[in-house]
Ligand binder design. Sequence first.
Ligand code: 13P
Length: 262
Amino acid sequence: MPGYSNFFEFIQTCMVNSSRKRLVIGNWKMHGDTAFNSELLAGLRQGIADVSNCDVAVCVPFPYLYQTRSLLEGSGIGWGGQDVSRHEKGAYTGETAASMLADFACRWVLVGHSERRSYHGETDSLVAQKAAAALAAGITPVVCVGETQQQQEAGETHAVIERQLAPVLALGAESVAKLVVAYEPVWAIGTGLTATPEQAQEVHRMIRERLQAAGAGQVRILYGGSVKGSNAASLFAMPDIDGALVGGASLVASEFLSIAAA
Ligand code: 13P
């Protein structure tokens, strides 16, 4: 029962947890082309009937939003972008406004993915501004947080995540209640290394406590980092893990669906 002081607290949390609907989101990153996507989306559409009690979505590269929408409409599978501008509109070459994502009926958008933070210098405060921009357009931001291997080894995991979350929590209870948090330890992304369910639960528990303190304890917290069909069930068995943000395995329809089915 990592993160719990006693058995009763653990059981109580498990009961509350069961009231949060599971959520599995695929992050395609910079992969795909029209032919590949068409096959993948057809596979998802076909297999989704076997998935129950779980929201499922894919976050795709911007140029493929139109195609994704056309092929997923009416399937029950949602879609979204992998980033969004903090600005509403204007002279911001290369950026994509939240209203543009809404125009393509996106329900989700990733903000603050570790690849954006490390390759594009995104700060915690910018990530919170992007989350606010998404919320203003009626889109659910999936706020990604997570520590590097070096930070983990230095015992800084909690401090890093608290720092990353702080400006997001400052948006206020009403806003925070509408978002999703994804915990993705950077050392587990695309490496084949996964946090053990207990390791992940321990961090999710800490995030849950921060969310509770901010007045939004029922926010869904996803785990990300080398999630596959073979390890999904043991992760989802943890009381504070409400689903997954899936990279590599989301590019194979059967694998992605087996995670959602778990
Ligand atoms: P992998 O599932 O490929 O490790 O990627 C995780 C991720 O970064 C999802 O956003």
